[in-house]
Design a binder for this molecule. Structure first.
Ligand SMILES: [Fe+2]
Ligand SMILES: [Fe+2]
Length: 288
């Protein structure tokens, strides 16, 4: 069994210190197998903001998989934005922009989708897709996760996909993810938590891949949603995604979606219903 704390969009520079401290305490108490941070560590990619983000990550459990977000590329410092867009990210957080984590059960590949030219939008390059093909080839039967900042699918209810910053070159990347039977995609960016099967938007895919978005964990840049993060549990053929939401005093579980692998399909299951089905039948009265 593995547990993952999926946190996103820290936005240091706009962080809520009370929420931030509570998250350190919660993760220190619950000790996930892995912490995934899906981008936007800073608000404006300033040195002091990166230093604060680095110090914060040092207080969270390890191992960690971290990818940058569009806010980790300078917006107004145009020289730095085009000459060294992720220079500070490399100096303070990690030189590795496409990190890989693996153990006996998990195989996790991170992809940097932040770009200078399309500052808000994100993209996967052809070179990244080629590299990903080689990386995933050695994942075998382990549970496979790909982490990006920009999402692959829009929220269930949106004003239209054109208004949502989905990751660029998603269709080409999905071909590779589908081929290697990736199980789960983790992303952030929209400050909106939701999960769904990528086939709702990529019907050509042969396998179900679950995409889970995390809201902003600690930033005050909330978009009509409280701070939240995802607590993910992977065990045998089961996957659960529990959304833990800040209620003003602590993070509390709000809703959990359970999936089970049936053949090559990740199906949503209701554990209560399964228990009901699995329960022994009631004895039939003799006069029935
Ligand atoms: Fe963000
Ligand atoms: Fe973002």
């Amino acid at each position: 069994m593995r547990t993952i704390a999926h946190i996103s969009d820290l936005h240091f520079g706009t962080e809520d210190p009370v929420v931030a401290e509570n998250l350190v305490t919660a993760l220190g108490r619950d000790r996930p197998s892995l912490v995934v941070i899906s981008g936007d560590l800073t608000q404006r990619a300033r040195g002091a903001q990166f230093a604060a983000a680095r110090d914060y990550l040092c207080r969270l459990p390890v191992p960690q998989v971290v990818v940058p977000g569009n806010h980790d590329v300078p917006l107004y410092d145009v020289t730095r934005r085009f000459l060294s867009p992720l220079g500070r990210y490399g100096r303070y957080i990690s030189e590795v922009l496409n990190p890989v984590f693996e153990d006996e059960e998990l195989f996790v590949a991170g992809l940097n989708t932040a770009r200078s030219l399309t500052w808000k939008n994100g993209r996967i390059s052809c070179e990244q897709i080629d590299t990903l093909r080689g990386v995933l080839a050695r994942a075998g039967e382990r549970f496979k996760i790909v982490v990006t900042h920009h999402p692959f699918i829009p929220p269930p209810v949106s004003e239209g996909e054109a208004a949502i910053d989905l990751v660029g070159r998603a269709v080409e990347a999905l071909d590779v993810l589908d081929h290697f039977k990736v199980d789960l995609l983790l992303a952030g960016h929209l400050h909106h938590g939701y999960a769904g099967d990528t086939r709702t938007h990529y019907p050509a895919a042969k396998h179900s891949i679950i995409a889970a978005q995390a809201g902003t964990a600690i930033s005050r840049r909330r978009r009509h949603e409280p701070n939240a993060y995802n607590w993910i549990t992977i065990a045998d053929q089961h996957l659960s995604i529990e959304v833990r939401v800040w209620d003003g005093a602590q993070f509390k579980p709000k809703q959990t979606t359970h999936y089970t692998l049936r053949g090559e399909e990740w199906m949503v299951v209701n554990p209560e219903a399964e228990r009901t089905v699995a329960a022994p039948p009631a004895k039939t009265p003799p006069d029935a």
